[in-house]
Design a protein around this ligand. Structure first.
Ligand code: FAD
Ligand code: NAP
Length: 578
């Protein structure tokens, strides 16, 4: 991997924009800002680029949206140059891709690594953001683009007695750079979400004993990961724009076959056949077996029964199989994609401990105590997830108009118009912020659409001489209500997932991502733009609400794929944005 250093030039006192974070969001933001002639400085807390793929180096970490689609779509040249090795690329390869992008588009000269932004304060008189870093750096900028990530703030439950534990405690989202060798060790893993599901089979290969502490059983579908067939890759590359366009018109922002027929209209035999076919294909597209699986409990029960049957078919010990069978709505929490997860529990040295009713009591020097029993361990892996969507915002003191902090404004849950900006915080953009499709879409597509829209707005402000943009409170309130209303259509709003902040005690319960579907959301963004940014105040604009020149956003003017429209999309379309 070629890694050229980040900028070591003196920090400029001012720039048009500050970008916070150098994951896929921050890298693309830098590229677009440059393209549109804006100067920018990007701060990144890690000592490398790649965001998620820099931090999550645990064994087995890989994407679960197929790599041919989990990649940038803005550059046809990049699409042709880069070749993925596997259906689901491993972490190191995705990080190498991020580094390649940073070099290929000469982004590093504006990136300051190992630098954490600690505060951003809006100076109302001068309409400038004053951004300060942990190293004492300070930059003033007209715009601030938050590319801090939705899953970037590790959730570390404060278990009693952690300090007493004599071995190392790891978090999957902050994995040591040099890796960890568990050979011959007794390892405890806390959690059974996507990170645990990916790492448990590989940790089990090294550990002498593995104990998994499960609070909620998980639905997971086989990945059937494999090297990519060069002929298939060549075929995709020969018509990549067509695949990208198809992906944009799909509710999830990536393309896979969807059967829109309702599950309960099929006979039991037909349903089983469809589920078997979808299981045999594997991965997240399993949820596309029928059109109403996330909208009808009756339909959902049928796919949940099918998945439980699969678990019982794999796991030999009936008591362990029972524990591994989830009893909640299928796909309510983020669906997992695995390689040999359930089969791992057939190994004699792997044990499952249920902590759903008797939570982890404490750590001791020797291990973890549950219901008065100590489970010995030499090392502990917390696969306990993230303070999702808002966690990284909470770590920065963001102060807007009248001294109001974002943390104060969001105390009862995040409020942002379109998930891109929040009233009272002028010229502050949130890439994949709460209230946008973000984590319910293939995220690189969601990032690109947001950044294109944001940088087009910045260019428009320059065209018309506007100093600030800011959502109107009434429009923001209407959007927040709309996001909430649409979420009620889906069974996903019914369970205690990180989508609603329920994984971290004390967080307000609010469905944070926009579930109305990626293309419906994109259409709403386009309409708002074409209407001269309705719902936003552009202070100082000479030409009032003139429609802007559409530059980067042009490629997002795609028709809705009406063949796959879901109840959530229908609900979303019924409500005009403004
Ligand atoms: P991130 O990649 O999270 O980058 C944010 C960056 O901001 C981080 O590097 C962080 O250090 C930096 N930062 C935060 N706060 C500050 C601060 N105050 N100062 C300076 N820097 C700061 N999505 C998919 O669509 N498909 C997948 O298959 C998929 N797999 C995933 C696997 C894992 C293990 C995880 C955790 C997430 C996965 N995701 C997936 C979601 C993934 O987060 C996104 O796809 C994408 O990588 C997000 O990019 P980002 O730039 O928005 O945020
Ligand atoms: P997660 O899905 O939130 O899972 C965290 C796990 O830790 C859950 O099983 C949770 O139980 C458990 N947990 C949390 N606090 C606990 C406590 N105090 N005691 C016991 N158990 C506790 O986090 P994640 O696995 O890191 O995944 C987060 C998201 O990142 C995913 O949903 C996905 O979007 C993305 N991701 C994707 C991939 C991929 O395959 N490409 C891999 C990793 C992550 P509860 O369920 O009961 O809360």
């Amino acid at each position: 991997m070629s890694v050229s250093p980040s900028s070591s030039a003196p920090l400029p006192a001012a720039a048009d924009a500050v970008v916070v974070g150098a994951g896929f969001g921050g890298l693309y933001a830098l590229h677009c800002l440059r393209q549109m002639g804006f100067s920018a400085v990007c701060f990144e807390a890690g000592d490398g680029v790649g965001g998620t793929w820099y931090w999550n180096r645990y064994p087995g970490a890989r994407c679960d949206v197929e790599s041919l689609q989990y990649s940038y779509s803005f550059s046809p040249e990049l699409d042709q140059e880069w070749t993925w090795s596997e259906k689901y690329a491993p972490q190191a390869e995705i990080m190498a891709y991020a580094n390649h992008v940073a070099d290929r588009f000469d982004l590093r000269r504006d990136i300051r690594l190992s630098t954490r932004v600690v505060s951003a304060t809006f100076d109302e008189k001068r309409a400038l953001w004053v951004v300060e870093t942990d190293g004492g750096g300070r930059v003033e900028a007209r715009f601030c683009l938050m590319a801090v990530g939705c899953l970037s703030s590790a959730n570390k439950p404060p278990f009693a007695g952690m300090a007493d534990f004599k071995g190392p405690i790891y978090h999957t989202g902050e994995w040591p750079k040099d890796g960890v060798d568990f050979t011959g060790q007794r390892v405890a893993v806390i959690g059974t979400g996507s990170s645990a599901i990916q790492s448990i089979p590989l940790i089990a290969e090294q550990a002498s004993a593995l104990t998994v502490f499960q609070r909620t059983a998980t639905y997971t579908v086989p990945a059937y990961n494999a090297p990519l067939d060069p002929e298939h890759v060549a075929k995709v590359k020969a018509d990549y724009p067509a695949l990208r366009a198809r992906a944009r018109s799909r509710p999830t922002g990536f393309y896979f076959p969807i059967n829109t027929a309702p599950a309960m209209e099929a006979t039991e035999e037909e349903r089983r056949r469809k589920y078997e076919e979808a299981w045999a294909r594997g991965g997240l597209p399993f949820l596309g077996a029928f059109g109403d699986l996330l909208f009808s409990k009756e339909a959902n029960d049928t796919i949940a029964d099918f998945a439980r049957e699969k678990i019982r078919g794999i796991v030999k010990d009936p008591a362990t199989a029972d524990l591994l069978c989830p009893d909640n709505v299928f796909g309510c929490k983020r669906l997992c994609v695995d390689t040999d997860y359930f089969a791992t529990y057939n190994k004699p040295h792997v044990k499952l401990v249920d902590v759903s009713k008797t939570p982890i009591e404490r750590f001791t020097a020797e291990g973890i105590v549950v219901a008065g029993k100590t489970y010995p361990a030499d090392a502990v892996v917390c696969a306990t997830g993230f303070a999702a969507m808002t966690g990284s915002y909470e770590k920065i003191r963001i102060t807007g108009r009248d001294g109001l902090t974002l943390a104060e404004k969001w105390r009862a849950g995040p409020r942002a118009y379109l998930g891109v900006a929040s009233a009272g915080f002028p010229n502050l953009f949130m890439i994949t912020g709460p209230g946008s499709p973000s984590v319910l879409a293939s995220m690189i597509q969601a990032i690109e659409q947001h950044v294109d829209w944001m940088v087009d707005l910045m260019a428009h402000m320059r065209d018309v001489g506007a100093r600030t943009f800011e959502p109107r409170v009434a429009d923001e309130d209407a959007w927040v209500e709309h996001v909430n209303e649409v979420s009620q259509v889906s069974l996903r709003s019914t369970c205690s997932s990180w989508y609603v902040g329920a994984n971290v005690p004390g967080r307000p319960r609010v469905f944070m991502p926009y579930i109305g579907g990626f293309p419906v959301y994109v259409q709403k963004c386009n309409e708002i733009m074409d209407g001269g940014y309705s719902g936003f105040v552009l202070e100082g604009a000479k030409s009032g609400k003139a429609a802007p020149e559409v530059r980067l956003t042009k490629r997002w003017h795609v028709p809705l794929d009406m063949d796959v429209i879901s109840p959530a999309m229908l609900a979303a379309r019924r409500v005009p944005v403004v």
